[in-house]
Write a protein that binds this ligand. Structure first.
Ligand code: FUC
Length: 757
């Protein structure tokens, strides 16, 4: 082949792959369920009695914050699992037994039956996370068939559009199946499922199908269509859940609302629905753009399930960028104002006995879900978390006041504040062991929402009262040691070792609470005396020590415990890194302020390693901790391991196993920490840039103090930074050892070069 021909082939080849080349598309050559399997729930680790199916491994998720769809892409039988985030069994669960806490349920399935589409060619299934659209396409009997799916926040509905390149090609049926066996009612072009759960929660889903050409009619409990050119299916769903304890968590019957939503949407043209959806989605998603460099043509040419395994071994910048944006896509899709927060599975669930009830876990998981919200510029997506927590406070107070575990130091039952068990539902009910300091860890989120966005009203009305109440709880519960040091009594480093006084996890979290409270009181200029009292208590809290081999101690005293021989040895590869809370997400330990403790934290983390019990979300946390320790290469190594089949599903959901979503959110936050940090009163640019990302750029990351920042780097060095100030606050910048203070007016931006000039 001469040079000219070779060039022509190369151009053709790259043009051929270009249609698959977007870095923001997950794509597959087969429907969900027929791919090679990856390990699911094989390790027997406390699954809360539940299981996740292989479908969770491969289905493609769409969602509008409240309602979700999980798409299989089967040509002859499409299955879209339907979820609605308030469909929960359970109640206030006074026993605290997690077996009676209830669980997140599946709403049902939409099935589209297309007989004759069994043998297809040119099959492709994809999820375009840049546009929040999923697609299926294939050829059958000489006709090209396509499906497009989205779940619109703007109109509150899930939409499926079926098209073909030849008229009259669609003949088949549509089913709406309820996962609690209610009987579907089919009437004209509508299917309705409604029922109630054992706890009385009412739910309803409705589907309206609109055909172009051909015919469509109700038949039995299905809709049958013949010789249609195209079809649009619109689904709405709801429950009578209300996030309000005073109303016993029940509100309006969903029937009228669901009917109105589905009718209104079905009356619109498909393109109008789609463009409203796009407008809404882009208004959030487009705030942040990341470019980590180019992937190779070979990497780009591979479908996601094959590409991801290789990315665990060889750096694939495009896929790393996709992983970052996937966390943002998923958060936008499952956590929007007015809905419930992201649970262990986001909101995607195909099993009425899901693993760990698909609940809210307080000892790392739900917090990690919300780590990216502020830095990755999706602050409003955190609203459901604040709303749910506030709606649960009254029942949590009641449960805490009745718990003998929370007698105060003077022996009285708890009278102020509340504590949280490891698991909770949406009805004020909790389950499993108390996670004593989760109340304070949740407080960090309330504080950070203010620290990033500067919303004084939120601070005054929402964050401050929360922080103060939890401070009062700890004021009543801390124990003074003979030397005057204060410790959290009888605490547990999550799911690891013995419960003792003063474990580092709890000490660090209470320190963080007190520290945030002091800053909150200062920002509002209120409660001077109480603020000073809490500041003094903060300074008396026992701080984590350094052990015999230089590690940061997880318990107050180094463990030599025959019951747990591995503790405080280099053989301890436990998945939790609770004692490193102070590095991330806390800020008590840092390279600049407490270098010895920071070094000890690194010694501990290196020893914990990434094998054995280390799984899924652990890698995301480790990425963020290494980044805070300014160790970019180790941070990147942890990130890369999320691509292995051991740690992620084929649809890139985190794989614990089973599927869990915290790691997806956590890694997005970890990547933010690699690129920029702002927890020490300055904006630190590229504090942990790994060698794997020599050249790149990021736009729109958020820094505390209400700034957004764009950064460009080349050959591992900062080239430019543009800081947009939304509040006109003083701005302290750092790049390596270079620092600079600048004044940027509210609403203005300043561009600086590589030496911050
Ligand atoms: C915590 C973790 C487990 C798992 C579960 C849902 O209990 O220790 O690893 O993520 O939550």
């Amino acid at each position: 082949m001469n040079k000219k021909n070779l060039l022509a082939v190369l151009v053709l080849l790259s043009a051929g792959t270009a249609s698959f080349a977007s870095d923001l598309v997950l794509w597959y050559q087969q429907p969900a369920g027929v791919t090679r399997t990856v390990p699911m729930a094989t390790n027997g680790l406390g699954l809360g009695g539940g299981r996740a199916s292989a479908f969770m491994n491969e289905g493609l998720p769409i969602g509008n914050g409240r309602m979700g769809g999980f798409i299989s892409g089967g040509p002859a039988r499409e299955r879209v699992v339907l979820n609605e985030d308030s469909l929960w069994t359970g109640d206030e669960n006074p026993s605290g037994d997690d077996n009676t806490m209830g669980a997140y349920q599946v709403l049902g399935n939409v099935f589209i039956n297309l007989p004759g589409h069994e043998n297809v060619t040119d099959y492709r299934r994809d999820l375009d996370i840049g546009d929040a659209l999923a697609h299926v396409s294939y050829e059958s009997g000489g006709v090209k068939f396509s499906r497009e799916f989205f779940c619109s926040h703007a109109d509150g509905v899930l939409v499926v559009r079926l098209t073909a390149d030849k008229p009259g090609s669609y003949t088949g049926s549509i089913e709406l199946s309820d996962s609690h066996n209610s009987q579907t009612v089919a009437k004209k072009n509508r299917l309705t499922d409604s029922g109630s759960l054992t706890n009385g929660l009412k739910y309803e889903s409705q589907l309206i199908a609109v055909n172009d050409g051909g015919s469509l009619e109700a038949s039995g409990s299905t809709l049958e269509f013949k010789n249609c050119d195209s079809l649009t299916l619109v689904v709405a769903a709801g429950t009578d859940y209300a996030m309000d304890y005073a109303k016993k968590f029940r509100g309006e019957d969903p029937h009228a609302r669901v009917a109105k939503q589905v009718e209104k949407a079905a009356a619109q043209k498909y393109d109008a629905l789609k463009s409203e959806h796009e407008k809404d989605f882009h208004s959030l998603f487009d705030r942040v753009a990341l470019d980590l460099g180019k992937s190779s043509a070979e990497q780009i040419a591979l479908p996601t399930d094959q590409r991801k395994v290789k990315a665990a071994e060889t750096v694939d910048p495009g896929l790393e960028e996709l992983l970052f944006q996937y966390g943002r896509y998923l958060l936008i899709s499952c956590s929007r104002p007015g809905g419930l927060p992201a649970n262990l599975q986001g909101l995607w669930n195909d099993n009425n006995r899901p693993p760990w009830h698909s609940d809210y876990h307080a000892n790392i998981n739900v917090e990690m879900n919300y780590w990216p919200a502020e830095p990755a510029n999706l602050a409003e997506c955190a609203t459901p978390f604040f709303d749910l927590v506030q709606s649960q406070l009254e029942p949590w107070r009641k449960a805490t006041a009745a718990a003998k575990e929370f007698k105060t130091q003077s022996g009285a039952m708890a009278a102020r504040g509340f504590a949280i068990r490891t698991s909770h539902n949406i009805y004020g009910g909790m389950g499993w062991k108390w996670d004593n300091t989760a109340n304070a860890w949740y407080g960090l989120h309330f504080w950070e929402h203010y620290a990033f966005g500067g919303d004084k009203k939120f601070l005054k009305q929402t964050a401050y009262p929360y922080l103060k109440e939890v401070c009062e709880f700890w004021e009543d519960h801390l124990k003074a040691l003979p030397d005057g040091k204060l410790v959290v009594p009888d605490a547990w480093s999550p799911e690891h070792g013995p419960a003792e006084d003063g474990v580092s996890y709890s000490q660090e979290i209470v320190w963080d609470l007190f520290n945030n409270y002091v800053e909150a009181a200062d920002a509002l200029g209120v409660d001077k005396d109480y603020r000073d009292k809490i500041a003094a208590m903060r300074d008396k809290l026992a701080t984590p020590g350094i052990g015999s081999w230089g590690q940061l101690l997880e318990w107050m005293n180094e463990q030599h415990n025959p019951k747990y021989p591995e503790l405080d040895t280099t053989n301890d590869h436990h998945r939790h890194t609770s004692h490193l809370f102070a590095v991330h997400p806390g800020r008590q330990i840092s390279v600049a302020k407490t270098p010895e403790l920071a070094h000890a934290a690194k010694v501990s983390l290196d020893a914990r390693g990434d094998t054995g019990d280390v799984r899924e979300w652990s890698f995301a946390w480790r990425t963020a901790i290494y980044a805070r320790l300014h160790d970019g290469n180790d941070a990147h190594r942890e990130l890369q391991q999320l691509f292995s089949d051991r740690n992620s599903c084929l649809n890139l959901f985190g794989l614990h196993p089973p599927m869990q979503m915290d790691g997806n959110f956590g890694i997005t936050a970890g990547i933010c920490e690699i690129l920029m940090q702002s927890h020490e009163g300055e904006i630190n640019l590229l504090p942990a840039l790994p060698a794997a990302w020599p050249t790149g750029s990021v736009k729109g990351l958020r820094a505390r103090g209400n700034f957004t920042v764009d950064i460009e780097w080349q050959n591992g060095k900062l080239v430019s930074a543009t800081v947009h100030s939304l509040d006109g606050n003083p701005c302290h910048l750092r790049y390596g050892n270079v620092t600079r203070e600048v004044k940027i007016k509210k609403g203005a931006a300043l561009q600086l070069g590589g030496s911050l000039k």
